[in-house]
Write a protein that binds this ligand. Structure first.
Ligand code: FES
Ligand code: FES
Length: 155
């Protein structure tokens, strides 16, 4: 079955089973190695991508679901203005420790920053509620996101 979608800004199509997991297609067919797999069950958030600007876990999305949608991975998110701000903010607050959760946290932060100009602390906590971190106790990540939002606003 031919499935067409936009991947990192470019129109693409694949002729593969719609039941394949999106994470596998992105990694193996398109070579997008920024995507990591943790739990494989939609629980840890390590495999987070953007689908139509929303953060979703690619390990539980079947390929057939992306027909006509806009998919973005860290490979293109790394080129955004927000990403530069997020990276500096995360460095400043110590949000990156072992780094395992960081790609998913960055993608979730990018989704939040696209959706809300000035998210509240509650909205920040909600935005990363699907992303597990075993190192930071989340405080440094939440502070990193607050810092990123403030820097973008020029506060
Ligand atoms: S690997 Fe997808 S949520 Fe854990
Ligand atoms: S920094 Fe290690 S899991 Fe989050």
């Amino acid at each position: 079955m031919k499935i067409e979608f936009t991947l990192n800004g470019k129109p693409v199509d694949v002729d593969l089973s719609p039941n394949l997991r999106l994470i596998d297609v992105l990694r193996e067919h398109f070579g997008l190695r920024s995507l990591k797999e943790g739990c494989g069950e939609g629980e840890c958030g390590v495999c987070t991508i953007l689908m139509d600007d929303r953060a979703v876990t690619s390990c539980i999305i079947p390929l057939g679901m992306v027909q006509g949608r806009k998919i973005e991975t860290l490979e293109s998110i790394r080129e955004t203005h927000n990403f530069k701000i997020i990276r500096k903010a995360f460095e400043k607050t110590g949000a990156v420790q072992c780094g395992f959760c960081t790609p998913g946290m960055v993608v979730a932060t990018e989704a939040l920053m696209r959706k809300r100009n000035k998210p509240t602390r509650k909205e920040i906590i909600e935005a990363i509620s699907g992303n597990l971190c075993r190192c930071t106790g989340y405080h440094m990540i939440i502070e990193g996101i607050e810092e990123a939002v403030q820097k973008r606003e020029g506060i």
